[in-house]
Design a binder for this molecule. Structure first.
Ligand code: LLP
Length: 437
């Protein structure tokens, strides 16, 4: 049941989506757990001998995390909050990987506490002084060294991590740092992540990064190396970043070709060292759509502006990365033709936020939208709800999970009262905020 390699927005059941929007109102995220399971299965099928770790940041909903856990993937967490959510979804320490990026003290305190209860947890470290900060907290457990591989890839400069100095230990220092770390910790792996949204054309950068990691793991584990003691590493983690086709005519990534290229580039792996990958987007992106209702249609001299009730606070990617998301008009406007019978018209779909950048697309041909129509914004399951905010004092949307055809509200729509909760609670310090993590 690994399914097709991509689910396009037009593959969703339009009547089913319209019924969900009618029942739960818009904007509404819909996340299909069956599709999440199919994506997990395809990844495990393409990388049968690798450890597959879901990068939780793409979608942290409990229902998604539980589905991913049951599908056999581990969890890669980027913060105390993500770790907390993964624990709540039932991941045991042996399946949890915490990647520390300039970690706040509060996060390290929390992780130290988790490690006491779950000593099989692994902490991936990307700066030398993070080791000191862990040691100060009495941590002497499993660590992985994050390397800056010096080569990046990804759909936008803002998501290329490989060459960005913020991430990882410079590759020329990584071997020495890993060896030094063995004095205080159990060094179990090395890690690198080139970036996010790698498309077929960027496979060369991915291959180059993986090859560098292969060289490093061989150097570190070499029993005949210069007088250094070989490290007993369990894995080399080459990160995530597998892209999905957002544009309707873009071909899907050939996952088995990526897997073959990865295995070939990292080979030969020393005995006992496994390959690990950390996909986020690939697991959840095409399992989600965002439903939004047309509330205003305005013809200006320059363009036709279609105002909808979802904006950059609900789906930030178009405003932040100029990202393309497919949009399908599902119709529903009173007295209008069905969308199939309407003329394809170039429109700009704009949200309700007071920012010029608050558009979901510009001058794109859609079946001419009318007030009351429902639009489905596709491939919205990764970094969609996760990057939502309350800017302009807009409550965040609701989310429904589909599981074997059954729809359940998994995130209720926020209310206006939710917007002021933290202010009201600050006025009464003994209020329910309680703990400080
Ligand atoms: N591992 C590490 C260490 C990462 O930093 C990331 C993503 C991943 C794995 C997963 O990458 P993926 O397979 O999802 O591409 N908000 C951006 C994406 C930021 C990704 C950050 N790190 C977007 O919406 O495109």
């Amino acid at each position: 049941m690994s399914g097709p390699s991509i689910r396009r927005v037009s593959d969703w059941n339009a009547d089913g989506l319209a019924a969900l929007a009618a029942e739960h109102d818009t904007p509404l995220y819909v996340q299909d757990l069956d599709r999440v399971r199919e994506n997990c299965e395809r990844l495990r099928g393409a990388f049968p001998d690798a450890d597959v770790r879901y990068a939780v940041k793409a979608h942290t909903g409990q229902a998604v995390l539980r589905a991913v856990r049951e599908a056999g993937l581990d969890a890669e967490c980027a913060s105390a909050g993500e770790l907390d959510r993964a624990l709540a979804a039932g991941f045991g320490g042996d399946r949890l990987h915490y990647t520390a990026v300039n970690p706040p003290a509060r996060d390290l305190d929390y992780v130290g506490g988790v490690a006491e209860a779950e000593p099989a947890l692994t902490v991936t470290v990307g700066a030398v002084d993070t080791f000191d900060r862990l040691a100060e907290r009495g941590y002497d457990g499993r660590v992985c060294v994050r390397v800056n591989p010096g080569v990046g890839a990804g759909h936008h400069e803002k998501v290329r991590t490989g060459g960005a100095a913020k991430f990882g230990i410079p590759s020329d220092r990584a071997a020495a740092v890993a060896r030094e770390a063995t004095e205080r910790f159990d060094v179990v792996g090395i890690h690198a992540h080139a970036g996010s949204g790698i498309d077929p054309e960027q496979l060369d950068s991915h291959r180059e990064m993986v090859a560098r990691m292969g060289d490093l793991v061989r150097e570190l584990t070499d029993p005949d190396g210069d007088d250094a003691v070989p490290l007993d590493l369990e894995y080399v983690d080459v990160g995530g970043g597998f892209g999905v086709p957002y544009e309707e005519d873009e071909p899907p990534l050939d996952l088995s070709a990526v897997a073959a290229a990865t295995r070939e580039a990292v080979a030969p792996l020393p005995a006992g060292v496994d390959l690990a990958i950390e996909p986020g987007r690939y697991v959840v992106a095409d399992a989600g759509v965002l439903l939004t209702r047309v509330n205003t249609v305005k013809q200006t001299p320059e363009e036709r502006v279609v105002g909808v009730d979802a904006g950059m606070t609900d789906l930030l990617r178009p405003a932040m990365y100029d990202a393309y998301h497919p949009i399908l008009n599902l119709g529903g406007a009173a007295d209008a033709l069905s969308p199939d019978e309407r003329q394809a018209t170039p429109v700009t779909v704009a949200g309700p936020i007071c920012e010029t950048g608050d558009t979901l697309c510009r001058n794109r041909a859609l079946a001419d939208p009318a007030r009351g129509d429902l639009l489905a914004v596709g491939i919205a399951g990764a970094y969609g709800y996760e990057m939502a905010s309350q800017y302009n004092s807009r409550p965040r949307p609701a989310e429904v999970a589909l599981d074997d055809g059954t729809a359940t509200v998994v995130r209720r729509r926020e209310t206006l009262a939710d917007l002021t909760t933290v202010e009201r609670e600050a006025e009464t310090p003994a209020g329910p905020t309680g703990g400080d993590r």
